[in-house]
Structures are given as C-alpha cells and as structure tokens.
Design a protein. Structure first.
Length: 200
C-alpha cells in the first residue's frame, strides 16, 4: 500500500508540474503558439517577449501555483497514507518531480520550460527561507544586470546553498541540489551564449 501511495503521489506531482501554463495562457488569449516565438520556451520570460508583461505575470503565477499544489497534495498523501518514508524526503522528492514535469511536459512532446517559477512554488512550502533568499537575490541582481538567465541560475544555486548552509534535512538538501543542477542544465544554451558574449 505504501509503495502504491508513493507512486500515485509522484505521478500526480509530475502531472501537475506538466501543465504547460505559458503555452495554454498565450494560446487561449492571444491565439499564439509561444513555442514559435523568440526562444521557443514556454516559460514566463519568453511569454513576456511574445505576449507582453501581463501574460508573463500570469504564467509566473500559474507555474508557481502548480509547484505548490503538487507539494500540498503530497502533504495530504503523507498525512492519510502510510508512506513509510521520511516526510522531508518524500515532500522534497515530490517537489523535484513536479519540476521535472514542467521541464519535460508530455503534453508538449516532453519539451517544457526551464523550471524557475515551478521550482519556487515547489519548494516554498518546504524551504521558505531559501526560496525567499533566492528571490531577493534575483531582484538585487536586477540592479546589476538585465540578463534574466544570470539571475535565474543564481536563484537556483542560492536555493541549494541556503538549504545546505542552514542545515536543512537531507532530503531537502539533495533535491534542491538536483533542482539547481537541472536548472543549470536547462539553461545550457544561455550559458553558451554568455560565454560567447551574445546573451541578452
């Protein structure tokens, strides 16, 4: 029973994370396939380029919410079922799986976003201090650089470092590390452009 509950919880987290918010919002209200605009990414940064600030904010909110809902559902599973696993590890694992869903959504051929906002939503209920520290750094860096990718990657790394430094539970440290590494991997092309001095 506990294995089945774990599998169902993880599956729900993945599905919730997989909801392609940016694509659905822009398609519904602008009639545009955001994948054919700018970088082709479905995240809020490209939505801003292709559809405007309002749609970008809506995408950010939706991506944060779906990450948080996935963890809330996992909390419910832990409360009502015999999971047989450390609670922190279980919740952090579900958070990471929700991020995987966003980055590799099956609804768009397993090609999703870069996971920044979904990472925030997924971990805000688990590591609020780390999340808000990362967000604060993001806005501080906005005074220094307009390059969103630098600020986004810095946010992801900060999330892990704060979790590590404050001595958070093992599961939180492991899965924020994986989330940070995944975020860096999803920004691979941005990193290449940064090295070439072409990133904007």
């Amino acid at each position: 029973m506990e294995l089945l509950a774990i599998v169902i919880s993880l599956a729900l987290s993945f599905i919730l994370g997989s909801i392609p918010s940016g694509y659905l919002i822009v398609k519904k209200f602008k009639g545009i396939d955001i994948r054919k605009v700018g970088s082709g990414n479905i995240g809020s940064t490209n939505v801003k380029r292709g559809a405007g600030k309002g749609f970008s904010i809506a995408t950010q909110a939706a991506d944060v919410i779906k990450g948080a809902v996935a963890v809330l559902v996992a909390m419910g599973f832990y409360k009502f079922f015999d999971i047989g696993m450390d609670r922190n590890f279980f919740l952090a694992m579900n958070a990471f799986v929700a991020i995987l869903g966003h980055d590799y959504t099956p609804f768009l051929g397993f090609n999703g976003g870069k996971g920044v906002n979904t990472t925030l939503g997924a971990f805000v209920l688990i590591e609020p201090i780390a999340v808000f520290t990362g967000v604060a750094l993001y806005f501080v860096l906005a005074k220094v650089t307009k390059i969103v990718s630098i600020r986004s990657m810095s946010l992801g790394v900060t999330l892990f470092l704060v979790t590590l430094i404050k001595g958070s539970p093992f599961g939180n440290v492991i899965f924020t590390l994986l989330a940070a590494l995944l975020m860096l991997y999803r920004h691979e092309e941005n990193i290449k452009r940064l090295i070439r001095g072409e990133e904007k």
